[in-house]
Write a protein that binds this ligand. Sequence first.
Ligand code: UN1
Length: 510
Amino acid sequence: MPRMTQPDERTGPTAPPTFRHFIAGEWVESTSGATFESRNPADLSDVVGRFQAGNPADVAQAVRAADVAGGLWRRTPAPKRGEILYAFGALLAQHKERLARAMTREMGKVLTEARGDVQEGIDIAFLMAGEGRRMFGDTTPSELPDKWAMSVRTPIGVAGIVTPWNFPIAIPCWKMMPALVTGNTVVLKPSSETPHCATLLVELMAEAGFPAGTVNLVTGSGAQVGNAIVENPDVAVISFTGNTETGRGIAERAGRRLKRLSMELGGKNGIVVLADADLDLASDGILWSAFGTTGQRCTACSRVIVDRAVLNPLLERLERRTRALRLGDGLDPATEVGPLINAEARDKVERYVDIGRREGELVIGGGRLTAPPLDRGIFFEPTIFAGVAPMDRVAQEEIFGPILSIIAVDGYQEAAIALNQTRYGLSSSIYTRDANSAFRAMRDFETGIVYVNAGTIGAETHLPFGGVKATGNGHREAGHAALDTYTEWKSIYVDFSGRLQRAQIDNQPG
Ligand code: UN1
């Protein structure tokens, strides 16, 4: 039976609650009758909840609901749509602490970072709410007399939003806010690692006043739910953040159907440290970028390219400070580094530690943490390899964990070459006290985001976010650039001359 409110059904005194899809404004069960569970990676005995294992039939219902709701929503004045985004942003702010705690419990990032994640959702909600009163097009002169010309943004239709677990509130908001303010409706498929965060988010969206059917949530696997969204002919635009391999598969299938596609994929972000850098400042930025979120950010730094003249003093600082990092449950205020997301992620990190041991030399870390209470979760030591060459596998392949490779070079030129020697191009950084070197880096680094004297993480929502090369397909999220993903341009000509006027012909001599 459909329900209007989210249930908190417990089948026994200790059984976790079961949550539902949100389709056409109602909380409903999957037609599959199956559920899956989400667990706390800091303590695997802690089951956050059970969630619907969605299937293609559920997706078909959600897309139909979104399609129907789109008829009215696209005709709702954009400033009115924006007001609902404002209301949602305010609700997110009001519930920030509750959501942050739920996030830490479900995916492990430390509480201060979880608060930042929710804050990023609030920021984009307010930014996009304002777009309801901007959404600028061009008015421009016509080449003919008594003729008016302008271009306006129009919604594309139903947006399929497929999101990862590492920013379980921020990234769905980055995608849904611009989609909705421009008049699209959405079907959200969150990562199966973070269905609870998505459920809490969608509850607040319903409360904020998004009309029934404008926002739909279908939980479940990529194979069952994600694929069905990508293949559905009534989903006109897909926005995906995740690994490059999955993204490539989505892009191939969506490309055959000529869908609009925004892809935010892998990264192998580097920090260059020149000989004149402030090494304490650089260490701050490197530690935060490499081990913040346990290295599980698209923007995380996994390569440091350092001038040989300062290699040893930098390494000494990094080793000392890495040794002092406190690992644990992110809800504990003393914790600086939380767990990895799951056992599969830890296996992958371990495989790369083996590779790193062959390619470079282990400076610190490299092992699981198994002493109680960390044995209850998926903990891995922050790890540094030195003596790595730019083309080594640990310096080339995305690991998505707390592994940092140190590459020594001589001077800016070599550093810039090494920095760009990667198939990815999301974020990069340079530490230097020399203004000329900083400006050369801003020009030379082949990434969508460049930082000067700051780490590779911490992008702000009012600037374009995204990368070049294999990091994506040229689209940008956040900032006003995000509107491009979710709108079609319509060019409109109004001839008020009362006669036939032929462009390119009647205004030419002869
Ligand atoms: C991501 O890891 O996919 O710049 C997003 C940052 C954050 C966003 C990261 N604002 O690190």
